[in-house]
Design a protein around this ligand. Structure first.
Ligand code: GUN
Ligand code: ZN
Length: 345
């Protein structure tokens, strides 16, 4: 038994807690064989467990952090710059992702990735693999036994990327289905599956239909994709899907907007798109370090929050420059204007 004393973010069993900004300045965790069995003010914990030795901690004692958007396959290309989003995908990202057809390479990076999450206190993440089923198996295999909560999926793409990364819609459907049956709900529910059409530009209508069919069959899966990250991308989507009212309208037309969907970035949006995000119950993953690194523009988080859109934070490694969600949070739009200082100091 051990009492760890320091600044403590209390945890009441819910994701945000009754007050997400609450901090107990002189708090303590009580550990039994490495497991947290109690927490509260230091005075109360020392009183309740008088035999336990007390160690001071300079770190913030916090429940595990959540990363709503990250690419494990990009762990090794953090900080590799190559122009804006579309150039970066083509010249840096796709060549790296092509290496994940090799199960031993995928296993090695999956190990590095899980180590990196644990090192910064991230215990839960929603993750992109690559378009190779072995990349998904490698990540889930690595996560099991580590007690990480990982939601992840096979990236589905059938156009506008190197052929080594493309999978025809029907094959992608079959492969994803098999992975869902293998992994969704595994390890006591800590491992779950995310249906992952990469984004509209690398999707034919048939691919988006395949993703939507999977989601209808497995509605408890997450659905994740990218939305309106750069202006070049938005323009490209307009040309590829001329009949859609806007970028989010492409996903909407295929039944991919609803609760359980996570849209990463969501920077360049019309009022209609913001309204639809709010009423659909979908989530926006705000990725401030990636938006800065790739020069994608400023996400008006205040506008999203005001409209009632749920916003979570993503590191977006490797477009993002850090795994550390405390650094991501510090860069997030809206923290200074909408957060308030923790009480006590
Ligand atoms: N849009 C489509 N794919 C990607 C990706 O891998 N990273 C980022 N930041 N945006 C994307
Ligand atoms: Zn991303």
């Amino acid at each position: 038994m051990l009492i760890k004393r320091g600044r403590l973010r209390p945890f009441d069993g819910t994701i945000t807690g009754a007050d997400p900004f609450a901090v107990i300045v002189d708090g303590a965790l009580v550990l039994d064989d490495g497991e947290v069995i109690d927490h509260g003010t230091a005075a109360a914990m020392i009183d309740a467990y008088p035999e336990a030795p007390v160690v001071d901690s300079a770190s913030l004692l916090t429940p595990g952090l959540y990363d709503a958007h990250i690419h494990y396959s990009q762990s090794r290309i953090i900080g590799t710059f190559a122009g804006g989003l579309l150039e970066w995908l083509e010249s840096v990202t796709f060549p790296e992702e092509a290496r994940f057809d090799d199960p031993s390479y995928a296993a090695m990076v999956a190990r590095e990735f899980c180590d990196a999450l644990e090192a910064v206190g991230t215990t839960s993440a929603t993750v992109y693999c690559t378009s190779h089923p072995v990349s998904v198996d490698a990540l889930f295999d690595e996560a099991r036994g580590r007690q990480l909560r990982i939601c992840a999926g096979l990236v589905m793409m059938d156009r506008n990327a190197p052929s080594a990364l493309l999978t025809p819609a029907q094959d992608a459907y079959d492969q994803a289905r098999e992975l869902i049956e293998r992994w969704h709900g595994a390890e006591d529910g800590r491992l779950t599956y995310a249906i992952t059409p990469r984004f509209a530009p690398t999707s034919t209508p048939a691919l988006l239909e395949a993703a939507a069919a999977l989601w209808q069959e497995f509605p408890s899966c997450t659905m994740q994709t990218h939305l309106s990250e750069s202006t070049d991308e938005v323009e490209w989507v307009r040309r590829l899907f001329p009949d859609a009212p806007d970028y989010l309208g492409v996903y909407e037309n295929f039944g991919l907007v609803g609760p359980g969907a996570i849209f990463a970035h969501a920077i360049h949006l019309s009022d209609r798109e913001v309204g639809l995000l709010a009423e659909s119950g979908a989530v926006v993953a705000h990725c401030p370090t990636a938006n800065r690194f790739l020069g994608s523009g400023r996400c008006d988080v205040a506008r999203l929050l005001k409209a009632g859109v749920a916003v979570q934070l993503g590191s977006d490694v490797g477009g993002g420059t850090t795994f550390d969600m405390m650094e991501v949070a510090a860069e997030a739009e809206g923290v200074t204007r909408h957060g308030r200082a923790p009480h006590g100091d």
